[in-house]
Design a protein. Structure first.
Length: 421
């Protein structure tokens, strides 16, 4: 459920007409609903009610400071994967003890920043990383709290580019070697083992892979405890999928996911961490674009938008589907059309949808891409020298620009021409 609905014949974000925002900021832009973000966070929080837990929002999904501040203010922890995300979390007021640091390639500088600034735990993914973290912690005279990310060799049954839990993926250490790696960790003076971490992939629409992974984690918990490790926390990762279309896909709800967690690891008495990103932010954001031209091609019509693959890369990168709807509500019995929906970037990959049936629109109209709140703005680039597009946050009848569109001059000023040229 989200808060982007038609009202009085036009699309609204909560109580604000999209057209009103467009008149102020111009198209294209991202628009987020605070009520939807809040609702989705609470669904996870409530799904784990009665179990000691922390919902660590995976900031990579949408990391604007305003979004991080909103979620942090509700009590969310953060899952960060870079020094940049760590800095954002802290700048948005999230205390270090609510931040977990994930990622396969943390640098020593990033480790130092987090250890100095405060950190709940590092999810370490290899022995060399463990050694580096141990060295940095010893230098600083502190102990780094760690969970080892194990790779359970489970098929997440999702798009190959976002599956992470198979043995051929670069993530984690093979679960079969976990006892040995924990033994090594326990021997390192600069480390304190606090738990186990697992994350098997993103956009999972079936609970079965989670079940398999979490059962393996439960068995490993018993084995590690028998080896004398104090396993008190389980970080179960993110990955629960969202419906990208209104019709066929109905992924499991956070409450079903919570029940599965209880069933598989509830008896262990561990504090549970989860790292949802997409489900929190995905349906809380839309991308609004203007129609530049409707071009008739051979046997097909192209809808040429002012948004392009640099603004939303998901269709080009993962063949992802986003529902695309007119901002003006089509009246009953309105004329339908079939479009190839494309952006202005000079490559064929800049195609959002092929042969998409929708209500007919004209140049000057606006359309909205639904479910674009996660992995939308954060994956944008300035390819073709198209400035990053603005982000807007709506709450009730108020809206605010939470990232302004840079002027062309600002964009150009980031480059410099050497004096010797
Ligand atoms: N935790 C870890 C360690 C992760 O690697 C990820 C996502 C998450 C949590 C959050 O997963 P989520 O709940 O959002 O599924 N750009 C791709 C998605 C990449 C996901 C990467 N890792 C896309 O647009 O589909």
């Amino acid at each position: 459920m989200d808060h982007f609905l038609y009202r009085n014949g036009e699309l609204y974000a909560e109580d604000v007409a999209i057209a009103e925002i467009a008149a102020e900021v111009g198209t294209p832009f991202y628009c987020y609903s605070a009520a939807t973000l809040e609702r989705h966070y609470r669904l996870f929080d409530e799904a784990l009610e009665g179990t000691e837990h922390l919902v660590c929002y995976a900031m990579k999904a949408a990391s604007n400071l305003a979004i991080v501040k909103l979620l942090g203010g509700l009590g969310a922890g953060m899952d960060v994967v870079s020094g940049g995300e760590y800095a954002r979390a802290r700048a948005a007021g999230v205390p270090g003890e609510r931040i977990v640091f994930s990622g396969v390639g943390k640098t020593r500088a990033e480790m130092r920043t987090a250890l100095e600034g405060g950190i709940r735990q590092f999810n370490v993914e290899s022995e060399p990383e463990m050694e580096a973290l141990n060295a940095v912690a010893l230098e600083l005279g502190v102990k780094a709290p760690i969970a080892v990310r194990v790779n359970p060799d489970v098929d997440a049954k999702t798009h190959a580019k976002i599956a992470t839990g198979k043995s051929e993926n670069k993530f984690g250490i093979p679960i079969a070697r976990a006892r040995e790696v924990y033994r090594q960790a326990a021997a390192m003076e600069g480390l304190e083992v606090v738990g186990i971490d697992v994350h098997i992939g993103s956009q999972l629409t079936d609970l079965e892979p989670f079940r398999q992974a979490y059962q393996k984690v439960a068995e490993l918990t018993d084995a590690l405890r028998a080896d004398g490790h104090d396993i008190r926390r389980l970080d179960l990762g993110g990955g629960l999928g969202i419906p990208y279309t209104r019709s066929n896909e109905v992924p499991p709800l956070p409450s079903d996911y919570g029940a599965l967690i209880r069933e598989t690891v509830g008896h262990l008495g561990c504090e549970i961490e989860i790292e949802p990103g997409r489900l929190v932010a995905g349906n809380a954001g839309i991308l609004v674009a203007g129609v530049i031209y409707v071009k008739s091609g051979e046997g097909r019509d192209f809808l040429i938008l002012d948004a392009a693959m640099n603004d939303l890369i998901r269709p080009a990168m993962y063949d992802a589907h986003h529902d695309i709807v007119p901002v003006k509500e089509p009246h009953a019995g309105a004329e339908g059309a079939r479009y190839d929906i494309v952006g202005p970037v000079c490559e064929t990959g800049d195609t959002f949808a092929r042969g998409r049936d929708m209500a007919a629109v004209e140049a000057g109209d606006m359309v909205a891409f639904r479910s674009a709140g996660a992995y939308g703005a954060v994956m944008a680039s300035e390819y073709n020298s198209r400035p990053l597009i603005p982000e807007v946050l709506v709450r009730g009848d108020q809206f605010a620009v939470i990232r302004a569109r840079p002027t062309l001059e600002e964009m150009l000023n980031r480059d410099s021409i050497p004096a010797w040229l």
